[in-house]
Ligand binder design. Structure first.
Ligand SMILES: *Cc1c(COP(=O)(O)O)cnc(C)c1O
Length: 455
């Protein structure tokens, strides 16, 4: 029966080809090292995006900095550049070692995108960038501005009236909606956010307060995106932010790499042949972590090793990479429910664009169960006093997994990096959390403590 085929094969055939699917389907935690991983120079030959594309995005963000500084006062300290701190978390490193009975060689850092200005998540990179790019395109086409102008003139009634002739639409599990909604509304666009069922109430409330139209869906992210796309198509002046395929989003995220390089330099942290960098990126549809990983490979080449982290109930990118079928399948095809407390990662079908771009670039991928995310959440508060949302903890589990899992050790061995691990830097990308209301965060914390006490 053709209905039972998943991208051309039966479930049994897929399991036979990729035995790890058994564990993935039973929602066990897994670690996968990518057999298609290639030296970056080779992998990059197949990718059409270049370092210049990322530099172009960086320059665009620089042009907008005076405007951002003007309309979001919290960005003034960094002159309108929306960037997060990178910090060492030695207490958490110790805590991880104790908790999982696993020594973690090297130094553990946290990239605090949780504390990015304006929208408190990694989406403040790609999401805001894409809205700014669209606004600039419209302003150029209509002779409103030139690249040499001071963009703070966009903070005016004239520009808001101009942008109010246009609409922006997006589908989201929450955080992308926040970024697109806040930025678009500020510029004067009409903006509609289609929210999936997982989206937290406070995110919807916050957007409505800012004049954003929020459409609530009872189904998952895939449906919210589909409805958003449909709405935008009906409007000649409508623009759809396509989280599943957008090159602009991807480039906005990738800019993070140049900035991280500067931060590591300032911290006197060297990355080279003898000092490898391991980066663990929570992954939903893939644009955020994929864009960041791509940028990092441009900067650090083979000295950086990037891993995706997903919830055990939403391992869409892992299945896509493992089978090479990317967006041709979704986790539900394998009987996995896509229900997770990590709302930012509750995505059943990965981006095909990101999967194909990164299939030879990413070092591997692993899954984490929700209980572990909550325990890590409360432990990070206890050890470092840093508050993240559940999704953002997925990366923190990475260093332990790398050393503990057979596939992780195999990766280190195959790439001849075991003797260098003393000098390694591990960077967990903390993708969100600072905008979570206090009561909600307190509930997360209590849950983590409770789960820990039962284990
Ligand atoms: C969106 C999001 C991610 C993942 O980004 P994708 O582009 O969907 O892969 C990770 N963490 C948080 C908190 C997010 O909001």
């Amino acid at each position: 029966m053709t209905n039972n085929l998943i991208a051309g094969k039966t479930l049994e055939e897929w399991k036979k080809l990729y035995p790890m699917l058994e564990q993935i389907i039973s929602t066990e935690e897994v670690f996968w090292d990518n057999p298609y991983y290639l030296p970056f120079e080779e992998a990059n030959k197949k990718v059409s995006l270049t370092e210049n594309d990322i530099r172009d995005a960086e320059e665009r963000l620089n042009r907008f900095a005076p405007y951002i500084a003007k309309v979001f006062p919290e960005t003034r300290e960094l002159n309108g550049i929306i960037e997060s701190p990178t910090v060492e978390i030695p207490e958490m490193q110790r805590c991880l070692e104790e908790m999982f009975h696993q020594k973690v060689d090297g130094k553990l850092l946290l990239k605090c995108d949780s504390h990015l200005a304006v929208s408190g998540s990694i989406k403040a990179r790609g999401g805001i960038y894409e809205v700014l790019k669209h606004a600039e395109d419209l302003a150029f086409e209509n002779g409103m501005i030139t690249p040499n102008d001071d963009y703070s003139i966009m903070d005016s009634q004239k520009f808001r009236d101009f942008f109010s002739n246009y609409s922006i639409v997006v589908g989201s599990t929450g955080n992308l909606g926040l970024s697109i909604g806040i930025m678009s509304a500020k510029l004067g666009f009409h903006v509609t956010v289609h929210m999936s069922a997982d989206a937290r109430q406070w995110k919807k409330d916050m957007l409505r307060e800012k004049g954003v139209i929020v459409v609530e869906h009872t189904s998952d992210y895939g449906k919210a995106v589909k409805e958003g796309r449909k709405q935008a198509e009906l409007d000649a002046n409508g623009y759809f932010v396509d989280d599943e395929n957008s090159v602009n989003l991807f480039l906005g995220y990738a800019v993070a790499a140049f900035r991280l390089k500067n931060q590591l330099d300032e911290m006197d942290i060297l990355i080279d042949r003898d000092h490898p960098l391991f980066v663990y990126l929570p992954c939903g549809v893939g644009g955020g972590p994929g864009g960041v990983a791509f940028g990092l490979k441009m900067v650090f080449k083979d000295h950086v090793h990037c891993f995706f982290a997903e919830p055990t109930h939403s391992p869409c990118m892992l299945i896509g990479l493992l089978t090479g079928k990317h967006d041709q399948m979704m986790v539900q095809d394998f009987g996995i429910d896509n229900i997770t407390a990590a709302d930012g990662l509750a995505v059943g079908r990965p981006s095909g664009f990101v999967g194909k771009t990164l299939e030879n670039v990413i070092s591997g991928s692993y899954t984490v169960n929700d209980q572990t995310l909550y325990i890590l959440l409360s432990n990070l508060i206890d050890s470092e006093n840093i508050r993240l949302e559940p999704s953002a903890l997925a990366g923190v589990h990475g260093p332990v997994q790398l050393f503990k899992e057979d596939a992780g050790r195999k990766y280190l061995n195959d790439n001849q990096i075991i003797p260098k691990m003393e000098n390694a830097t591990h960077l967990a990308w903390a993708t969100g959390g600072s905008m979570v209301p206090k009561e909600v965060m307190d509930d997360y914390y209590r849950l983590g403590v409770e789960i820990k006490s039962k284990n």
